[in-house]
Design a protein around this ligand. Sequence first.
Ligand code: HDE
Length: 710
Amino acid sequence: MKEDKKKASKKADDLQKNISDAEGKTMTTNQGLKVNDTNNSLKAGERGATLLEDFILREKITHFDHERIPERIVHARGSGAHGYFELYESQEEITKAGIFTDTSRKTPVFVRFSTVAGSKGSADMARDVRGFATKFYTEEGIFDLVGNNMPIFFIQDAMKFPDLIHSVKPEPDREIPQAASAHDTFYDFISHTTETLHNQIWVMSDRAIPRSLRMMEGFGIHTFRLVNAEGKSHFVKFHWKPLLGVKSVTWDEAVKMHGADSDFHRRDLWDAIEAGQFPEWELGLQVVPEEDEHKFDFDLLDPTKLIPEEMVPVKRIGKMTLNRNPDNFFAETEQVAFHPGHIVPGIDFTNDPLLQGRLFSYTDTQLSRLGSPNFHELPINRPVNEVHNNQRDAQMRMTVNKGKTAYFPNSIGGGCPHLAKIAEGGFSSYEERIDAKKIRERSESFNDHFSQPALFYRSLKEHEQEHVIQAYSFELGKCTYDHIKERMLWILQQIDENLAKKVAENLGMEIPKEVEGPVNQAIGADADVKKHQPGPKKMYLDKSEALSQEHLPSEGIATRKIAMLVGDGFSESDYNKMKKPLEEAGAMLEIVGVHGGTIKCDKGDSHKVDHALMTTESVLFDALYIPGGKESIAALMKQAKAKKFVNEALKHCKAIAVDAEGEKFFDATYGKDFKDDEAVCINAQAKKFIKAISMHRNWKREKAAMDIPA
Ligand code: HDE
């Protein structure tokens, strides 16, 4: 047990070497000189000019002037956390990787979650894919699993990545919109590139507006290889399954959350870890023997395709726990450098053309972002095992290499560092047989663009489908070119007639009989245009349960935030009735008062207000409780915002509990029409309220609640 703890903290111990804690220390310059004044520059007299001689001023300002580094071209906005990974049972039949064979290990990890399109300071609740990048500090070196919260990607070949990203980023003339795909250039690209549709429809689903970074799945997307000690390879897809289930907010909430708390996800992750409620994910594998490669109706190398879990089940092999917040955002979350090419023996690549391109991009981007090929020496990036090679120098080199030799082979340095035999853990690439012509082409097996978006849509629950319709209607409604919207409607019809019909109705447009010109533009000027059009829609599976967010059962209400809306004079007994059971269930009951400071209960005791009504919004909570207390209810009655608070909670299908006089106030809101609702608890015991909160949302309410003008 003791040994285990030691292993888990190996990276923490390593980082400790660079931790600086100023507590009780004297201020110095960067050269170690004790500083006596940091408020005034050196001047020629009290009211005179500043002197060039002032090296203390110059050092401080120069450092400040250069504090910023370029933000990531994609995934700029992110939040990170430390943790560890533990394996349930050895997977030695399919891989020799130590993290997947040695159950005694507690491998340190650092995870960075991100949005893709927005800038570093953009709002967390943007409709977007979320990055889910995990750095495993293994005993054999770094393994990075650089994935997303959706199991497929927009494009099939790395060559198109700059086009995709240029189309979704703010339009270059006016630099708008920020962190949003709802604009012309994105849909111009999408509507001419049907391979994008599968990822695109996922982005229109609830997956793109998660309730919490802790409540998202993660996927490695590409098919990777696992290689065992005998050198046999299996294909594998990586999955992260959150133990809190997969949960989202509604679009109306997301829009309001942008304003109410643009750091909502970052704060939520930080607060949960600080509160000791550590987020957990199980790592799952979908394993396909090499000989089964061509058994599917799609190509395993095509990153726009997933393997339905009904066809190849996900085997859960271990658990990751995030248990520590970074000490410094810049040093850790900003400077962490992931790379899908960071692998360890037992893990290898496939020829997925998107993955192949990524293998180039990630080192390249660190050179401009972090400024030097020595980025691997930064504390957050360095492995926990020793690094020895003949690479030398370059900007900001921190390692002090001893000796005369920086070449191999050498005799002067005793031949060191020497090479590792494969049996000693030396890496060797999987020996894949290749016999091919060098061509700039796309495989025809990648041409099925409609089957899986259609499977996804068919597999969603009714309310989830409705959200997709609303999302397309919103996004296309924001586009200004009719021909782009028409192309999109025609394309949506290929996915699902009803989806296209509903979106067309909302846009007030007709679905065109056909689109002008080829659906997709030719991939190369000399390429056969016909060959690159989307192939016929296949139907190899009616539905895949796992594609609906509802597929991961989650129990309990741990980490949920419940607002208790009160004025002075609220009922203390009601408060006590709810507080203990909710907290015992791991939830947080926070007092939202009609004013800040402290607020009095009916017994005259003062309670600290967690949020004044004027500083918070209903969208920042998972559920709402209104206790009784005559005076308190009278105060709420006078506040339009208190009514809005209730109406929004209703509209967003949240659990609401009301006690005693609280019912009178509830009747003064749209609540009066929802008193029989499954998640509305009038004068109920905490048990019922807890059950209602654990539903996350009562989607059955949604249709009726949409009419609430909140
Ligand atoms: Fe990335 N991607 N990507 N990407 N990606 C980057 O690397 C790139 C792709 C993903 O938190 C960049 O260090 C290309 C797929 C995540 O630091 C850059 C292509 C998937 C992160 C880059 C892809 C991802 C990145 C920008 C197409 C899911 C954030 C900064 C061939 C499997 C990592 C950086 C973090 C970051 C390139 C496609 C996930 C520019 C060229 C597919 C989670 O190198």
